[in-house]
Design a protein around this ligand. Structure first.
Ligand code: 4AD
Length: 580
């Protein structure tokens, strides 16, 4: 109503639609009043509690209504206009959305009527894996005169993209990726329109070269003529879609809880595939060296690497441990099998959360008979380099390693050999301090220190090449290590250090003299009883022998440039994590 008057009290008014806007129930803001009543009405305003009072007047002057000021009116009118415009837009958008939803529903309803039938007049499709490029059986069509081989592939939707009348799918089967194009009625089916990532599919079609300038795995794309999503093959969508459960921004702990899903990601799956190749390469290289593989027990009653990291468990009516290393068992195989190795799990109840410690890890261990310490170092260098050669000889694995670790270079031989004493001197020279003593300030390293992880890594990163660190003091090493004849303070022991990771191998010559071994048990407070079978090796034809253990996850962290060993095993186990 043009001549009606409305009231605004900025202190006690209320901006609600049911407000009459009269003197007893005024509005709170002029903007809202104008929006509700129109700019032609009259507006009176006041601030009944906080309004300014002229000098000499009393507080009741605040109760006086005054016509709204011109500037305030202008602002309020603009506000009302903007609000109206916004409301109009929202309405428009709502209408648009409603229409779109109706259209989509219609498209989906129509799509359900499209039933795909395989064209049986087409050549028979041959079943291939997605990385199969065998030119003897697969020909790529070129879009004009050459027809492509008709193939049948299976896999999961890694990515999908819609483009007008066509749909592009990147299919994944663990062997490789393939670009697939659905067009015509195929792209209009209900399954295509509602396709979710990770859905399993069976697709038939012709393999064609990708058009010039375009890129796709193996330079080819599958022009589908038929596809099928079998009952139960569809992956969850909406809220539950895999992209909502794992993404780049998901927290690390959640990613680990959802490891079964993160394993489908490109990085995780590449590492696992490289891992398979590396394990295979170790087997190959050990076979080349005529070494025999054995499988020692995981449930044991002896320790190898100190009591503090033993996992104890009840074993029927006795106590047992999860093995820390298969070394002692490997030693018992030498007399009858020659040089031996194993790739088994080792367990360490490590209470620290470092990036290179696991509670359960894969341990590549070998034991060699009738050797010298130098033979051991030469053998180790050969095995590590040859494993890399065999691994890199597979073009797919080489490509994965290059993608994961673009800086990777084959290590130069011979590896640097550095005595423990020289490492201590190096740390002192480079002012890398020992800050591991509880309650004591950092100090320069000295002989007898167990070089801590951080100091060791700093040194390895600065030297930036593989190092064989040798001759550790007996006091900081395990009971079974052979002492150096020329310096009985130290042992014939070796750690192999790699840039970025630190220690990946620990090895040594073993005490082969009966009396010396008994003395070593005593020194380390080990009750010799349970070790009778190990001690017996020194009674029945002892020999100079030695061996080593290599942490597979650490080797992989170095090879694939991963920050932590946790990303180099299938389902990592470490302090505080035993799932999934
Ligand atoms: O140096 P370690 O403790 O040596 C042994 O167990 C010997 N008995 C092996 C032998 O001579 N047969 O461990 C050997 C290697 C380490 O260099 C490291 O790579 C790996 O095993 N390792 C671990 N990897 C992951 N998590 C842990 N908690 C590890 N502890 C050792």
């Amino acid at each position: 109503m043009a001549d009606a008057t409305y009231y605004v009290d900025e202190d006690v008014g209320q901006d609600i639609d049911t407000q009459p806007g009269d003197q007893s129930l005024p509005y709170k803001t002029l903007g809202f009043a104008v929006l509700t009543r129109g700019e032609d009405a009259k507006f009176m305003a006041r601030k009944s509690l906080t309004g300014e009072v002229a000098e000499g007047a009393d507080a009741s002057a605040r109760l006086e209504w005054k016509p709204a000021a011109k500037a305030a009116m202008k602002k309020a009118v603009n506000f009302a206009k903007a609000q109206k415009k916004k409301a109009g837009k929202e309405q428009e958008q709502l209408a648009l959305r409603t229409k779109e939803e109706a259209d989509r529903k219609k498209v989906l309803d129509d799509s359900k009527k499209i039933i795909l039938e395989e064209d049986t007049s087409l050549p028979e499709a041959i079943k291939i894996k997605l990385d199969d490029t065998d030119s003897a059986k697969i020909k790529l069509g070129n879009g004009s005169d050459v027809k492509g081989t008709r193939v049948r592939v299976f896999g999961r939707v890694h990515r999908e993209r819609r483009q007008k009348e066509r749909m592009f799918i990147t299919l994944r089967d663990g062997y490789g990726f393939m670009q697939v194009i659905l067009s015509g009625p195929l792209a209009k089916t209900y399954d295509a329109l509602t396709l979710t990532r990770e859905t399993s599919m069976e697709i038939l079609g012709q393999l064609m070269q990708v058009p010039e300038g375009a890129h796709a795995p193996n330079g080819r794309e599958l022009h589908a003529d038929y596809f099928k999503i079998h009952a139960g093959w569809k992956a969850a969508g909406g809220e539950d879609a895999i992209t909502n459960r794992v993404s780049k921004d998901t927290e690390k702990a959640t990613l680990l809880d959802l490891r079964h899903l993160t394993l489908r990601g490109e990085t995780a799956s590449k590492i696992m595939i490289v891992r398979d190749a590396v394990e295979f390469a170790f087997n190959t290289v050990y076979k080349e060296l005529r070494m025999r593989k054995v499988s020692p027990p995981a449930l044991v009653q002896t320790q190898v690497e100190g009591g503090s990291t033993l996992f104890k468990l009840g074993y029927y009516h006795e106590e047992a441990y999860l093995t820390q290393s298969s070394q002692l068992y490997l030693e018992t195989c030498l007399p009858s099998m020659g040089d031996v190795y194993c790739i088994e799990k080792s367990f360490r109840a490590e209470k620290s959360l470092t990036r290179r410690h696991l509670a359960e890890y894969s341990h590549v261990e070998a034991e060699l008979d009738f050797i010298t310490f130098n033979d051991l170092l030469d053998h180790l260098e050969h095995v590590m380099c040859r494993v890399l050669e065999v691994t890199m000889a597979d073009p797919t694995i080489k490509q994965y390693i290059t993608e994961l670790n673009p800086e990777f270079k084959m290590p130069e031989r011979p590896f640097m050999r550095m005595k423990y004493q020289d490492a201590i001197d190096w740390l002192v020279e480079h002012e890398i301090l020992n800050d591991e003593e509880e309650g004591k300030p950092p100090r320069p390293h000295k002989f007898g220190d167990d070089i801590a992880e951080a100091a060791e890594r700093k040194m390895t990163d600065i030297i930036n090449r593989p190092i064989f660190l040798t001759h550790f003091p007996a006091a900081i090493k395990s009971f079974y290590m052979m002492k150096d004849k020329d310096d009985p303070r130290v042992t014939e022991s070796v750690d192999c250090l790699m840039p970025g990771v630190g220690e990946i191998v620990g090895g040594s010559m073993r005490i082969f003299d009966y009396e010396e071994l008994m003395a070593a048990y005593a020194r380390e407070d080990i009750e010799p009883g349970p070790y009778y079978w190990y001690t017996d090796q020194r009674k029945y034809g002892s020999s100079p022998h030695g061996g080593y253990g290599l942490g597979l996850e650490r080797f992989l962290a170095w090879l694939c440039d991963q920050h932590t060993v946790r990303d180099c095993c299938l389902y990592p186990r470490y302090f505080g994590r035993c799932k999934p």
